[in-house]
Design a protein around this ligand. Structure first.
Ligand SMILES: [Zn+2]
Length: 238
């Protein structure tokens, strides 16, 4: 492609992006060719998605990530990402992760509940593995944690002296395993697997690099409410 034609192509893409409309798969593919490095992000109003799927729960029949036929439909809560923070801030203030957890547990983080969400066989397998791994980590961690404390207590009671430090090792390992379970839970979350997330203000749901077959179904369900968004607005789960 000549430089002038390429420049024209980029200008055309900019115009379409400014228009903010979702223009169809052919154009999208062309845009991807020109802007190969940019992720495609589609967004829909969160409330409309929830109510459309409540009216017809199985109307989406393709997986958002792979485009494969749905192997099953599940109820999913599409979560907003944690508050964006710089890597340096995370390093300096490790407690910021605890803030994320408290925001999640207190329900302060925006979320979009949807019914009858399509998952293909690959996504379901990944979700099952994540849940199974999380359960295994929690149970093993709990056994280590309680076992270590129990052994320490038993030694203290039987000898009348403080238990040696190594007795705490199983407890600390158990605690670490239970914390790791949170990572497995996140990895097995359906919304995370299909790369969907609610925006921080709770108004919209975004799909990163959705499969064209899924994008078609989404457009059939919500029509002109499916828009392309600027992927640089907000970090998106991968
Ligand atoms: Zn899939």
């Amino acid at each position: 492609m000549s430089p002038s034609r390429q420049a024209h192509g980029c200008a055309a893409v900019q115009d379409r992006r400014r228009a903010g409309g979702y223009r169809g798969l052919d154009e999208r593919a062309a845009e991807r060719g020109i802007m190969a490095s940019a992720a495609t992000v589609l967004e829909v109003p969160a409330g409309e998605l929830t109510s459309a799927l409540r009216r017809s729960p199985r109307s989406l029949d393709r997986c958002a990530r792979h485009g494969l036929p749905a192997d099953g439909h599940v109820d999913v809560t599409i979560l907003a990402p944690p508050r964006p923070r710089g890597r340096l801030y995370r390093l300096i203030f490790p407690y910021s992760y605890l803030e994320d957890v408290s925001e999640l547990l207190s329900g302060a983080r925006a979320r979009t509940p949807v019914t009858g969400w399509p998952l293909c066989v690959r996504c379901r397998r990944r979700s099952r593995w994540g849940r199974m791994l999380a359960r295994t980590l929690v149970v093993t961690g709990l056994v280590g944690f309680v076992g270590g404390l129990g052994a320490g207590l038993a030694l203290r009671l039987s000898t009348g002296q403080y238990a040696p430090t190594w007795v705490m090792v199983p407890s600390l390992l158990g605690l670490a395993l239970m914390l790791l379970a949170a990572v497995a839970v996140t990895a097995g979350r359906a919304d995370r697997i299909v790369r969907a997330e609610t925006t921080r203000d709770g108004a919209r749901v975004r799909f990163t690099d959705p499969h064209p077959q899924f994008a078609d179904r989404l457009r059939a369900l919500l029509g002109g409410q499916v828009l392309r968004s600027d992927p640089t607005d907000q970090p998106v789960a991968g």
